[in-house]
Design a protein around this ligand. Sequence first.
Ligand SMILES: Nc1ncnc2c1ncn2[C@@H]1O[C@H](COP(=O)(O)OP(=O)(O)OP(=O)(O)O)[C@@H](O)[C@H]1O
Ligand SMILES: O=c1ccn([C@@H]2O[C@H](COP(=O)(O)O)[C@@H](O)[C@H]2O)c(=O)[nH]1
Length: 242
Amino acid sequence: MSRYKRILLKLSGESLQGKQGYGLDPQMLASYAAQIKAVADSGVQVGIVIGGGNIFRGLSGVGKGFDRVRGDQMGMLATVINSLALQSAIENAGGKACVLTSIPMGPVGAGIYSKFRAVELMNDGYTVIIGGGTGNPFFTTDTASALRGVEIEADVLLKGTRVNGVYTADPEKDPSAVKYDTVTFAEAIEKRLKVMDLTAFTLCMENGLPIFVFDMDTPGNLEKVAAGDDRALAGIGTLVHN
Ligand SMILES: Nc1ncnc2c1ncn2[C@@H]1O[C@H](COP(=O)(O)OP(=O)(O)OP(=O)(O)O)[C@@H](O)[C@H]1O
Ligand SMILES: O=c1ccn([C@@H]2O[C@H](COP(=O)(O)O)[C@@H](O)[C@H]2O)c(=O)[nH]1
């Protein structure tokens, strides 16, 4: 039995593109969906926030002549597309999932996000995917996952990404970077460890929500992490804590 009752899983949008280098890779979606269903079937309540980097990031739009706010709005819509895609994949795998959006979107999704609606749906056995980030420009889905994790009273924020933890520098750019098994929020913030943005770290630190950063692309990792067994966690990722 897991020591977690409820988790907030943050998934990278960029990872959803798989090897094709753009858009949505059906194999990645199916792999993520199977792992998420297994965790939900084990009795853990699952909330999810997905990034939009496989489709659009507001900052990258600025260099192409878009107003920053408009670009961020496009980025938030990209996260809704990814959320709907993941919902379909979970349903195809036989699971129960629904999408709540931070921006009112009429018939798209199951309604506007609120803590109480999300918790109600999780209590009814749904995996709840929260699309649209925070609903505000100048934020990221890292911050949205921290915010929603705190709001829904998750026991932990699981950041599933392409790297297997937090390093002294970006391991995709610096081969000499060294991995931490654990690191405090204070150190992550002071050393500007950019695996998540500072706003996300600060929100989690101030509200006592631990973060576990791990490699989501190795099948089986999510189930081990969600089981919360410290022995199994050694080597899989990095715990960021107070
Ligand atoms: N100190 C660090 N330790 C680990 N990873 C780091 C660090 N600094 C930067 N990174 C980078 O952060 C990335 C993880 O961030 P994330 O999962 O949010 O990816 P993303 O591409 O920004 O996602 P999205 O598509 O959701 O915007 C890693 O792939 C890694 O390259
Ligand atoms: O609260 C939010 C969340 C996201 N955005 C915009 O969406 C893109 C995609 O999110 P990533 O976290 O980068 O994957 C982001 O670059 C922002 O442009 C936002 O404005 N507000």
